[in-house]
Design a protein around this ligand. Structure first.
Ligand SMILES: [Fe+2]
Length: 402
């Protein structure tokens, strides 16, 4: 799939189909310039939510100039933190309140998007993020949100969920409401050129996992599966290109688009056991999310492939992406899919065992307990309990030798 063939996909109303979403997605190099024209009708005072790490790349300055060129007054909040907490979101909302803003622009990776969305909940509906944990808890209209991702990974720019941690328990609260969905998403691949190599790998593998987990989740539907399938095709083909040639703008654009389609799939079908297993690795040892998800993903796919229906979906994904001959049966085609995932993980130079990242046999019980507590576990296509999680973690303690 090349850039010209996906230009139409990016502008397809399919991105915003269903559930009354009013989201518009624009895609292409330099499309960020359109902010100067598209934002002013949304409001005259904007809060730009980003993180200080992007200052060197010049992205916040550029966005501010574009908005100001359109006559929009901008207040900068560049204190988004990794894994945003309720208190960090409250700080952002306080700045927004003082400035009497009329719209929010989120610029950066998932953390800035989540902070921007969280701020929108608090500013317009009050209280704390715990009040919005779940789906559809906001009673009042929210401000227009514009999402400008600078990483290709979380797909948060196409979701109504904000992932915010509780300050005391560190538990991640998924707060979703259709009113929190960005009304405009700007996918400019040039912005992703500033990602360091390890960030490109981690966010890309996370997006790959989003495509695969959402494709088989027990909440999947026809629309979510279309997003998942397209996301998988785009990411599996182009992430290796980006990893070997980081300045390949066409490949970067296609991975960015794939990550956003994966985000749109999650919005409708949620995730599964790989994310349930990854979160405790992050919580207990600070393992970067994409690394944690990549480490567990092949084992979870093997586990899920025991389910006949799931196996047939994996096989279809493999055949559609030309990873398996059309005549191969579902078992063989699924193996081709898992092999492709392992190849991409190898290119990413990720750890291949739990022992490599500091876990031992003594940690298995607490990891399994925490994994079975994760919300995403309930959407896995094959039921997965604490014992099954323990067996999966145990299988990953040491690197497998072929
Ligand atoms: Fe993820």
């Amino acid at each position: 799939m090349n850039a010209s063939s996906v230009a139409g996909i990016a502008n397809d109303p399919f991105f915003a189909e269903g559930e009354g979403c009013g989201q518009e997605v624009i895609f292409g190099p330099k499309c960020i310039e359109q902010l100067a024209m598209r934002v002013p009708p949304l409001g005259k005072r904007a809060l730009l939510v980003t993180d200080s790490g992007l200052t060197a790349a010049g992205h916040p300055k550029r966005v501010m100039e574009l908005l100001e060129r359109g006559g929009v007054e901008v207040t900068l909040f560049d204190q988004s933190i990794e894994n945003p907490t309720d208190s960090s979101v409250q700080s952002c909302a306080e700045v927004a309140k003082q400035a009497e803003i009329e719209l929010i622009v989120g610029l950066g990776g998932g953390s800035s998007m989540d902070t921007a969305k969280g701020c929108n909940f608090i500013l317009t509906n009050g209280g704390s993020m715990a009040d919005y944990w779940g789906i559809g808890k906001a009673k009042h209209t929210m401000l227009p949100l514009v999402a400008v991702p600078t990483t290709a990974g979380t797909g948060s720019e196409c979701q109504s969920f904000a992932l915010i941690s509780d300050d005391q328990t560190h538990r991640k609260m998924a707060c979703g409401d259709k009113k929190a969905l960005p009304c405009l998403t700007v996918l400019d691949p040039e912005l992703t050129l500033s990602q360091p190599e390890n960030v490109t790998a981690c966010t890309g593998v996370d997006a790959l996992a989003h495509a695969l987990e959402s494709s088989v989740s027990n909440k999947r539907n026809e629309l979510s599966y279309r997003h998942s399938k397209l996301a998988f095709e785009l990411i599996q083909e182009n992430l290796p290109r980006v990893l070997s040639e980081p300045d390949d703008l066409e490949a970067r654009g296609l991975v960015l688009l794939g990550a956003s389609h994966a985000g749109a799939a999650i919005e409708r079908s949620m995730l599964g056991a790989a994310h349930s297993m990854a979160n405790p690795l992050t919580a207990q040892r600070g393992i970067v999310h994409g690394t944690a998800v990549g480490l567990v993903l092949p084992a979870v796919m093997e586990f899920n492939a025991e389910d006949r229906e799931t196996r047939s979906i994996y096989a279809e994904l493999a055949r559609n992406a030309n990873l398996a001959e059309p005549m191969l049966d579902d078992d063989a085609a699924t193996n081709c899919l898992i092999k492709r995932v392992q190849e991409i993980l190898q290119l990413s130079s990720f750890p291949t065992s739990l022992s490599e990242i500091g876990f031992s046999m003594d940690d298995l019980d607490s990891l399994a307990r925490d994994a079975s507590d994760q919300w995403t576990a309930s959407f896995n296509p094959r039921p997965v309990n604490e014992e099954a999680f323990k067996n999966l973690y145990a299988s990953l303690l040491q690197t497998k030798t072929c």
